[in-house]
Design a protein around this ligand. Structure first.
Ligand code: SF4
Length: 352
């Protein structure tokens, strides 16, 4: 274990990337970076980290912002529950901890949106506490180097990895150690084509000597995806269009979208416009369908969103359902919308 640690630490001192959250131990910035980087590539997350730290330099600034402001800043990053939890937790820290990030590991872990991995990262980097942060990169490095074939997504498997990681972190600078292991997995011992020939661990690596790199780590569960079908109606009357806030406990909660009808399959446009909830918006007496885009696919971790945009010109003012918001076309970019609608709005074929 000593050889493993000393070589990884030395590798980290030589090859770590220069990232803004590596220049600070402020728990607010560490927490922000960890939440932004969940499910996000570093090159994409970096711009969001900069936007958030510039707009909200302190946790109290973040707590005092409106949720709409935070969602708008988060737009395009996906997994919007992270942004809502971020806001909830900032307000919780403002109310219960006087705006100071809690230091004890169990208190950090009790914050909404903070799991084992994030709590360990904050406790170790900001407060020098020896909690191992085990993300996918760390599972991969440990599994390959020590030859652990126990699945990483089962209870017994997690216990084995956790026990090894706890041994490894003893006696180290825990913040540096955790970051070194994660960085090593991200840059050197990558999922595909790890750089084994230039690896400082190669002579003692189980996977390299046993030719089992492609087989480790082992994961049991496959991600299941369900198909959903979203029909968006972009209604125009002069300069006006309409949006609706997604209030349900579902993806994209509290984001805005065009009026949308979800169907259980890729319904034909004829069947769609005959549906009672569509007739009240798109009735030949007062509306003309201008264009119907082909179905497109937007992938989420557990869902495949099949969607199409139907542009409709309204020939006269109609009484809209109460939950619809009238928006001037030029103001539409002030609203936080899901990524697929952002792509539509910034494309060439949308709002003229
Ligand atoms: S030798 Fe290859 S598989 Fe083993 S730790 Fe190094 S990069 Fe990973």
């Amino acid at each position: 274990m000593d050889v493993f640690n000393s070589r990884i630490h030395q590798w980290y001192s030589l090859f770590k990337r220069d990232l803004p959250w590596r220049d600070t131990r402020d728990p607010y910035f560490i927490w922000l970076s960890e939440i932004i980087l969940q499910q996000t590539r570093i090159d994409q997350g970096l711009a969001y980290y900069q936007k958030f730290t510039e707009t909200f330099p302190t946790i109290t600034d973040l707590a005092n912002a409106s949720e709409d402001q935070i969602l708008k800043l988060w737009q395009g990053l996906g997994y919007y529950s992270r942004a809502r939890n971020l806001h909830f937790t900032a307000r919780c820290i403002r109310e219960h901890y006087n705006g100071e990030f809690p230091q004890q590991h169990h208190l950090i872990l009790s914050l909404k949106g903070v799991g084992e991995y994030t709590a360990a990262a904050i406790a170790s980097i900001s407060f020098n506490q020896a909690y191992p942060a085990i993300d996918g990169n760390v599972f991969r490095v440990l599994s390959r180097f020590f030859g652990i074939s126990e699945p990483i997504d089962t209870g017994p498997g997690k216990k084995i990895f956790s026990a090894i990681a706890k041994e490894l972190i003893k006696g180290t600078d825990p913040g540096m150690h955790n970051q070194a292991l994660m960085e090593f997995g991200a840059l050197q011992c990558t999922p595909q084509k790890p750089a084994c020939l230039k690896c400082p661990l190669q002579d003692q690596c189980f996977a390299f000597s046993a030719n089992k790199i492609a087989e480790l780590p082992v994961k049991l569960k496959k991600t299941m995806q369900r198909d959903r079908y979203f029909n968006y109606f972009v209604l125009f009357h002069g300069d006006k269009t309409w949006l609706k806030k997604r209030m349900e406990k579902d993806i994209w909660e509290n984001l805005f979208e065009f009026p949308m009808i979800e169907t259980s399959e890729a319904t034909s446009i004829e069947n769609l416009v005959a549906m009672p909830e569509v007739i009240q918006l798109v009735n030949p007496d007062f509306a003309v369908i201008k264009s119907v885009e082909n179905w497109k696919v937007h992938l989420l971790t557990h869902q495949r969103i099949n969607y199409r945009i139907i542009q409709v010109n309204l020939l006269q003012e109609i009484i809209m359902p109460l939950n619809m918001i009238e928006v001037n076309k030029k103001d539409i970019f002030n609203f936080a919308v899901p990524k697929l609608l952002e792509t539509y709005l910034t494309g060439d074929n949308c709002i003229e």
